[in-house]
Write a protein that binds this ligand. Structure first.
Ligand SMILES: NC(=O)c1ccc[n+]([C@@H]2O[C@H](COP(=O)([O-])OP(=O)(O)OC[C@H]3O[C@@H](n4cnc5c(N)ncnc54)[C@H](O)[C@@H]3O)[C@@H](O)[C@H]2O)c1
Length: 295
């Protein structure tokens, strides 16, 4: 049986633990914040997880999967502090959403074992994983990671080289910057923005990727559009004012009950469970369609 050790049991780490348990993988988990660790330990869904009091307790592990807070120094420090406890054959995966893998591995002696495995939220459902090697990552660790992810029914895609934010988060950042800009400039409300995105790009993206869609629509027509629209697109290299204001007012989204929306009266567990069900239906429909096309 393969054994993974997840470090950080927050939003992503907990969902990954759930996913790997369902795939019959042995899961150890180290969560640094004791109250959070106790919350997970009390949860029925995590009964089979081996909870660690120190990372060093973990033995004979195939993969370390780091899912701690998105902070470069913290991730660098974590890998440096644990590397002597695990043989070079143990692959060190990071679930960073944005940092270069070579930066995270900067202080690690065996840089060849560090690789990005960028899972997507909700991680117990979303199939895709971006696998991101640095220039130092050894082929053996790349192949081992790819075949492990395939064996647990994820859809890993290997990037040819690293870039900040990888692929999906670069696309998402471009979209969310423009979305915030449109709201900031009073073109639409957050609700209207989400409605437009969901019922146009959203449903279509589950079916055709952005480049295939451009081919379908016509690249000549698209050329006319980009010549007119590109100069007007949001291109700020700083966070937008509307985003900074939300952060300053402690409006971090669902986790603080307020973001673009008011979440204070919503049963979040139930709400997310309903969203999971919708996503599962979409995945079933897209998978069935893909199988049909492959025939
Ligand atoms: N939230 C998302 O949608 C999403 C999607 C893909 C990737 N990611 C990435 O996954 C990682 C985790 O994100 P998250 O949303 O789960 O964050 P989170 O804040 O929900 O969870 C992080 C957890 O790590 C714990 N932690 C922090 N430092 C630690 C340490 N040194 N040792 C052990 N535990 C520690 C915290 O107590 C917390 O429980 C980040 O790198 C993030 O960018 C997040």
């Amino acid at each position: 049986m393969q054994h993974v050790c997840i470090i950080g049991g927050g939003f992503m780490g907990a969902a990954l633990a759930k996913y790997f348990l369902d795939a019959h993988i042995k899961v150890s988990l180290y969560e640094g914040f004791i109250a959070r660790r106790q919350e997970l330990m009390a949860d029925e869904a995590f009964q089979k997880v081996q909870f660690l009091e120190t990372i060093e307790e973990c033995k004979e592990v195939d993969f370390i999967i780091e899912a701690i807070t998105e902070n470069l120094q913290a991730k660098q420090q974590l890998f440096k502090s644990i590397e002597d406890h695990f043989p070079p054959s143990t692959t060190f995966c990071t679930n960073t959403s944005s940092y270069l893998i070579s930066s995270i591995a900067e202080n690690v002696k065996h840089k060849e074992r560090v690789i990005g495995t960028h899972f997507f939220s909700p991680a117990h459902i979303t199939p895709l994983v971006e696998v991101v090697p640095s220039a130092f990552t050894e082929e053996h660790h790349i192949e081992k990671t790819m075949s492990f992810l395939q064996s647990v029914n994820k859809k890993p895609v290997l990037l040819k080289k690293e870039i900040q934010g990888f692929v999906a988060n670069r696309l998402q950042s471009a979209l969310s910057r423009e979305a915030m800009s449109l709201v900031q400039n009073g073109i639409v409300s957050p609700e209207e923005l989400d409605f437009i995105a969901k019922w146009s790009l959203g449903i279509r993206l589950a079916n055709t990727g952005p480049l295939e869609q451009r081919d379908i629509n016509g690249l000549d027509t698209h050329m006319a559009i980009v010549n007119y629209v590109y100069p007007t697109l949001e291109n700020s290299s700083e966070p937008l004012f509307i985003h900074e204001q939300l952060i300053e007012n402690n409006r971090f989204g669902m986790k603080t009950n307020e973001g673009f929306y008011d979440w204070s009266t919503i049963d979040k567990k139930q709400y997310l469970a309903q969203k999971d069900d919708v996503l599962l239906n979409v995945i079933r429909a897209v998978s069935a369609q893909d199988e049909e096309v492959e025939k």
